[in-house]
Design a protein around this ligand. Sequence first.
Ligand code: G4P
Length: 533
Amino acid sequence: MAPACAVAAGDGTIATQAARRRTFAIISHPDAGKTTLTEKLLLYSDRIASAGSVDARRSRPSTTSDWMEIERRRGISVTSTVLRFEYRDTVLNLLDTPGHKDFSEDTLRVLAGADCAVMLLDAAKGVEAQTLRLFEVARARNIPLITFVNKYDRPGLDPLEMLDHIEAALGLTPVAATWPVGIAGDFRGVIDRATGTYRRFTRTARGATRAPEEQLPAAEAAVREGDAWTVAADELELLDGAGPALDEARFAAGEATPVYFGSAISNFGVALLLDALLELAPPAQPRATVSGTRRPLDWPFSALVFKVQANMDPRHRDRVAFLRVCSGRFERGMRAINERTGRPFALTHAHTVFGDERSALDEAFPGDVVGVINAADLRVGDTLYVGEPVRYPPIPTLAPEHFVTVRNRDAARHKQFHRGLTQLAEEGVVHLLRRDPTADPAPVLAGIGPLQFDVAVDRLQREFGVSVRLDPTNWTLARRTDADGAKILRASRHADILYRSDGTQMALFTSDFMLERFQRQHPDVTLDRMLTR
Ligand code: G4P
């Protein structure tokens, strides 16, 4: 018998191991039920024995991502966690994303490490205005999306309306994978459209343990559920006539999404979602490189740094770099080259992260995420490799829409002020802009939303002992330009040119009107909305 520490299933070849991985993120509006659903995925994959109430879970830090003080105070998730668990012999890597649109760039970074995303909607609210931005980010990455309509145990949109709503809000073709039986508020089970069987659920107290489930053929279900069944069967007939079947190529391109109805709190539909992750979500694929080729999975180790997070453990003031393994086998202690610096990097302090718990990780395969602790030399977008050199494309950032001038209140902490700002910019907490690329005593912080500034101020104070003042500015939007464009923009006085910390030249406008006027007069000037580091 193989020792317990051996690679669990199949052989150890890289291709076999990569095929066992599903790496995905859950994207949702705060309160749609992401924490609850995550916990239920862990329950159904036996990673935890029972699920507690949300309140109880919140006071148990090990399964929440709310370890930053600011998250606790505001009740939102700012940082992301990585959870790794197994289900039916498949390794699932779940990358959590913040639920607030102000942190859309964090979502963008996390999606660079994921192969698929679960779009979680509240049955009563659908795609909320505040979340539209997050889903647009996912759409822009053309990442496959699986939709889970949660809270179907409560009154909400009827399922046909929900499908129309998803299509209208996101321009995405929804294809029902399951169909609910019983109206929202009297939810009894779902029809699995692939097999035609009815899965009837029974509630357990607060969904702490798995919901007992019966599988019934249609004839028996009709007798058991009466009118509720007739309504669902009629709707399905309509759908079979009018609705498209899931087109695999369109799903892979992020243009069509299978839709699952469920209730995370009562565990209804959770197992079906897990099955969908196994059957539909793509395993790790050879990743495109900047040279236009794809690095084969079984080539030597390579990885992309998609996220750097300082202060994950406030007791240690550390900095964790999250690497997505793209090819080869990762082994703890191995040395890889950092493509940006050309210098070797020893991957000694490698961990797998479960909430804010860590355990040493000895090996990993394409699709896995490795947390490297105290990786001061690693930045978001870095490629690490062994053997044949490789560089993966940079992770895009979004054009900022909020701008404030940041001033240090304490001249004696000048160094800490600039060190802190540089650190926050490198992590992508905020964009750091300067009027003069070499020196600017009061640089500009730019971002997608003001909550990013709250995080920056909080972290400057707590981690660098720096107290700052933020002053408003008149700018409302920014575009990336180039040296030629900057010259024309300066002369036109329609915009200010500032330099981002990575050298990118940014044109800052006070209004859409000013931007449009300039664009009309100078259609050839580069003004990009998506910014690449
Ligand atoms: P989030 O991480 O997306 O912010 O959401 P979270 O899981 O914290 O859930 C937000 C609220 O929605 C919680 O209620 C939770 O119990 C509830 N919820 C989650 N899934 C379902 C579901 O399938 N059906 C129903 N009816 N509710 C659901 P709360 O009032 O904040 O907490 P609690 O009093 O329920 O503990």
